[in-house]
Design a protein. Structure first.
Length: 135
């Protein structure tokens, strides 16, 4: 809902694009940041074809990771979107010869530390250290 762009803009960082499909968050982000390009469904975004950014921020939807949910973890239909963000980072790094993004920030939920017997958090950490992310 524009939390990352809001925080960034307070420190002089200009948000460039966002990926969201829910109407309310898009509306809020457009109201506060009318110049952000909305990319739509993250599953259809190619990180090598969008403007490269120094900082990429994302959150994996918490429904499958939350302690109050069904605890499907990263295999759940919503929280598995985490892997699309990682894919986009890898595609952008490949397209820019490893130059962008410089920083990746993932917003988690407390349940991410314990879902799937802590194997989901292990998978998240491994995703950030994957050799493909650093060409």
């Amino acid at each position: 809902m524009g939390v990352f762009p809001l925080a960034a803009s307070r420190y002089g960082i200009q948000p460039i694009w966002a990926s969201e499909i829910e109407k309310a968050p898009i509306s809020i982000t457009k109201r506060h940041f009318p110049n952000i390009h909305h990319l739509g469904n993250i599953t259809k975004v190619n990180g090598g074809e969008i403007p490269p950014v120094h900082i990429i921020t994302f959150g994996s939807p918490c429904q499958n990771l939350s302690n109050i949910g069904k605890r499907e973890g990263l295999t759940g239909s919503q929280s598995s979107l985490f892997y699309h963000a990682i894919r986009i980072i890898e595609e952008m790094r490949c397209a820019t010869n490893g130059t962008y993004p410089v920083i990746a920030v993932w917003e988690n939920v407390m349940g991410a530390f314990s879902s799937n017997n802590r194997l989901d958090f292990k998978a998240i950490l491994e995703s950030f250290t994957n050799d493909e992310m650093y060409p």
